[in-house]
Write a protein that binds this ligand. Structure first.
Ligand code: SF4
Length: 218
């Protein structure tokens, strides 16, 4: 896919998201939030759902949690413009409640298509709903800061998944700020590992990894 084709494909998904009424979240939104970022990136960040500011602006992670996300990215010298940022559900759950399983299921095809188009080397999950999309059964308290092969059926056909807490969790639990910075420091190594695996697979030197299940322990 050329860069222009990739951008057009992402725009087509975004247009469908903005018109979507597949689940009850359509009824309470100001506008849907498809996601944004560099179409040529190797890294996709996946949060849970838009909050109030995101719902008003139509952009992901623009409130306080977005500010902290930018701070976290700066720890490793990255900027949000260099990655792609989206959410598991594209419309704001009322009162910022957690997304319901049927809402996540209804919205899943959009995330899957975005990942198929972007073909990232690394997916960083922000929060447990995002994590469980890629690492079913994982517990955030154990899985944060670790990385694993992405199940290809998620749309990330040749990627590793790095699990992190949601940035908003740091506002409820101040001690998580430092934990998240430490977890972020592990992200470049996960990306390097994934690049190496992708290169090996494209050279036919190694079989596709079977997803590890170590995060389910305990
Ligand atoms: S959350 Fe997803 S499935 Fe539900 S209305 Fe919004 S775009 Fe559609």
């Amino acid at each position: 896919m050329t860069p222009d084709e990739r951008r057009a494909a992402l725009d087509a998904v975004a247009t469908e998201v903005r018109d979507c009424r597949r689940c009850r979240l359509a009824g309470g939104r100001t506008q849907a939030v498809p996601g944004e970022g560099d179409p040529e990136t190797e890294v996709v960040l996946v949060g849970e759902g838009p909050g109030q500011n995101e719902d008003l602006q139509g952009r992901p992670f623009v409130g306080a949690a977005g500010g902290f996300l930018g701070e976290l990215l700066s720890v490793i010298g990255w900027r949000r413009e260099e990655v792609f940022i989206t959410n598991v559900v594209k419309c704001r759950p009322p009162g910022n409640r957690d997304p319901e399983p049927d809402e996540i299921a209804a919205c899943a095809p959009f995330l899957r298509r975005q990942l198929e188009i972007l073909d990232p080397a690394l997916v960083v999950t922000l929060g447990r709903y995002s994590m469980n999309t890629f690492l079913p059964g994982a517990r955030i308290g154990q899985a944060h800061g670790t990385d694993h092969p992405a199940p290809p059926e998620t749309g990330a056909r040749d990627a590793r998944v790095c699990a992190m807490y949601h940035p908003a969790a740091a506002f409820r639990q101040g001690g998580l700020r430092q934990t998240m910075k430490v977890d972020m420091l592990a992200v470049p190594a996960a990306l390097a590992r994934s690049r190496r695996e992708r290169a090996e697979r494209s050279a036919g030197a190694a079989p596709v990894s079977v997803p590890e299940r170590g995060w389910e322990a305990g």
